[in-house]
Structures are given as structure tokens and as C-alpha cells.
Design a protein around this ligand. Sequence first.
Ligand SMILES: Cc1cc2nc3c(=O)[nH]c(=O)nc-3n(C[C@H](O)[C@H](O)[C@H](O)COP(=O)(O)OP(=O)(O)OC[C@H]3O[C@@H](n4cnc5c(N)ncnc54)[C@H](O)[C@@H]3O)c2cc1C
Length: 453
Amino acid sequence: MTRPRRVAVIGSGPSGIYAADALVSQSEVPVSVDVIDRLPVPFGLVRYGVAPDHMSIRSVRDTLNKVLDKPGVRFIGNLEIGSDVSVADLHAYFDAIIFTYGASRDRRLGIPGEDLDGSVAATDFVAWYCGHPDADRETFERLVPTATSAVVVGVGNVAVDVTRVLAKTVGELDHTDMPQHVLDTLGRSQVADIHLLGRRGPAQATFTTKELRELGELLDADVIVRPEDLAFDEASQAAIAQDKAIARNVEVIREWSTRTPTGKPRRVHVHFLARPVELRGDDRVREVVVERTELDGSGGVTGTGQLTAIPADLVVRSVGYRGTAIDSVPFDERGNVIPHADGRVQREGTTVAGEYVAGWIKRGPTGIIGTNKKDATATVASLLADAGALPAAAHPEPAAFDAFLAGRGIEVVPTAGWQSIDRAEQALGQSRGRDRTTIHDRAELLQQARSTG
Ligand SMILES: Cc1cc2nc3c(=O)[nH]c(=O)nc-3n(C[C@H](O)[C@H](O)[C@H](O)COP(=O)(O)OP(=O)(O)OC[C@H]3O[C@@H](n4cnc5c(N)ncnc54)[C@H](O)[C@@H]3O)c2cc1C
């Protein structure tokens, strides 16, 4: 084959963009890449997950954006694989497909009352404050200004992000790219108490220390830890001794437990050894029934049967993200990932020719943004090693794929369309004294994409 290999990358989050970069940064095999996303805009959870007040982490998108400008790379937004076009359709236009479509559904708690009004998934809350086009704006505009006590279930970084966004003043968030309606709604919040619930002890929590520390430095919120929650069994002591990150977290939490509240208008209560067993309410959630747990000596916990109730008219469940299947792609229902061998998609133990996987949908929702770079590069190495044996596409010219999409009546957002959205968001932000303001409305995004002039 003398022509460039045509590769479709499904998902423009970090793993998709790092995969595209690895493909066009080598010179052994000529490659032309289309990075496809169901949304009109790229960057996945860097745009719709990473907390807007973590501006330096969000600025990673400047690096990702440069990849979309590289020769041989095209962005094709507003195209959902599995509904707008099938994976079989793609095989007619591409020699290889890399699935990098992430893992953005919520896991459930599996307890009574979970579906009461006022109980929401962190995935949905984060999507709303980041301005995701599919976010349920009406629900959050109703819930946030009418809640006074919130419970956030989970002790990972996402739970900490959610807690911090609820605890910060609008002044602390005003410089971010949050949509104006989100800032306005948070400005009307009545939330005074935010309870962060972890079922295990401080030595088992999975925060990074930098994120954790921020909770102790909020302008308008005291952080409160009960000394009796600082329980450490032998397994905890060993973890603290062996792992510096755990030791640092425990040190921060220990210091908080010695603080006396200073009377700030908001309070962040960090609870350990507390597992929610039921959400109770009427037309809306009113309280979370919590069972005290105790460490079982091996890193786990058992229930003590001792119950208390925490008042809550907003509950944010942050117990993890999970991947889902698309179309005909093989899927491991237990691990919620696409099965693979060195990034090559596997169906019942056999490699599916021309299909590859990287990122969260390959590994599950773990690791930081940079983890996806190594992962995507490894998958691309497998693809390049297979380059001579890829199933050749029937219509490999980029124009043939464009004509196919146009024939289906699908309005995609090309690179120039995304650049137009990018400029519009910067202009909107600058009109309000910020670097950027996220445009959240899909119709408006598409309209901006059309004005590429
Ligand atoms: C709330 C939150 C906060 C985080 N904060 C940090 C942080 O501060 N620092 C850090 O290092 N990491 C952070 N992470 C982790 C980081 O965001 C992930 O490691 C990374 O985004 C995973 O990359 P990915 O490309 O595999 O998936 P994603 O980023 O989810 O990208 C997947 C893309 O695929 C698209 N897609 C999905 N389905 C389809 C389809 N059918 N057709 C076409 N496109 C599709 C999606 O629209 C999306 O753009 C955070 C994660 C979350 C959830």
C-alpha cells in the first residue's frame, strides 16, 4: 500500500488526541487521521471534567489543540459513532479505528432512595458546571438555589472538586470559564453545610494531597473533621509508613481535626468510616442515613449497625465513572472496558482486524491526563506494527468520507469550525474580563462553527 493509512480515532479526549499525535509524529508509516467526537468541540473530560478553577490543568488543552493543527490530522465534531454512523460504515473509509471514547457514565450506590429528587450523579453535576451541551440545566437551577445542606458521597478527587465548587464563593470562581448561568446559579446557592462521606478511613482515601489541601484554604468555608474519625488499624499504619502520598494526606486531615471552626458562613464536614445506607425524603431527598463502619484490618470496612442521619436536600453521588458499549464493538460487561491485547481489540480472545483501543475505555477510569499519553502511544505502536496487514478501506480518500457524511445529511464540525467556536469563547470571556467563557448550548456551538470567516 503506497497511500497513507487512514485512521479514525473515536473520541477527542486526551487519549484520542495523544493517539493522533503519536500517529503523525512518526515517519515510518504515512498516516492521515480523523479525530471524531460526538460533541461539536474537542478535549473530552479536559473540557467537561477537570474542575474549571484548576486553570493550569485545564490549560493542557492548549497543548492538545496544537495536535489538531498538525498536517495529516482533521477534527470531525458532532458525529456520534454508533448512532449517526456505524463502526461497519467506518471500515469502508478507514484502514484502522482507535476507540478512545472514554468512560463517562456514573456508577450507582445501590441503596434505597437513590432516585429521589435532589439526588444526582457527580457526572451530571460536573457536566453542568463545566457547560456540557447535554447537561440538565433546569434541574441544577432548581436544586442548587434551594438546597441548604449537601452530602457528597465518595472520597476521590472528583468528590473533592464537587465539594470545593459548592463551597467556594462566586468571587473565587468568577475568573474561570464556567458559563455565566452556572456562576449565577452558584451565586444564589444557600448551601451552608457540605458533608463529604467516605466509607473507609483517612489512610484509604484516594485524593491527591494538593486537591485535599485546597479544602482547608477556602475563603468562606471552615473545614471540620471529627477526631474520632481518625482511626488507623495495622493496615492503615503500614500504608502510611510505605506510601508518602498517603502519609501527606493523613497529615493534612490530622491538622484539620485540630482546628476550631472560625464562624465562616459555610462548613465542609469531612466524614470517614461513614457509609450511606439509605436516602430518605418526600418530594425531595431530606436526609442521608449513614452507618458507622470500622476498619477490618485488610484495607476494607465492615458495618457496625450504628446509624445516624445527616440532613441533606442535595446529594451528589461520586463513586466512580464507567464505560459503556457502542455499536458492535466487543465489550467486557464486568470491567466496563473494551477487551484488548496490547491495544488490539479482542473478540472472544481473537484480534479484531483494524480495531484498537486506548484511554479510559481501555484501562477503566484511572490515572491522570498524562497516563493517557503513554497508553495511547503504546496502542499506536501496535497499530504501526500491524500497518502492512491492516484491512484496506474501500474508499480511503478523506473526500469520500466527507461525501458519505454529507449524503447522510450529517452536519459535522470540522477543524475550522472548532477554531471558530474557540475564538467565540475567548471573545465572550474577554468581554467579561476573563480568558474564556464556555458556550454550553449545542445549537449556539453549531452556529459559531458555521461562521468560520
Ligand atoms: C470530574 C473529573 C475531573 C478530573 N480532573 C482531572 C485533573 O484535575 N487532572 C488530571 O490529570 N485528570 C483529571 N481527570 C481525568 C482525565 O480527565 C482523564 O484521564 C481523561 O480525560 C481520560 O481521557 P479519555 O480520552 O480516555 O476520555 P475522555 O476525556 O472522556 O474523552 C472521550 C471523548 O469521546 C467522546 N465520545 C464518547 N462517545 C462517543 C461516540 N459514540 N462517538 C464519538 N465520540 C464519542 C466524548 O465526547 C469525549 O470527548 C478528571 C476526570 C474527571 C471525570
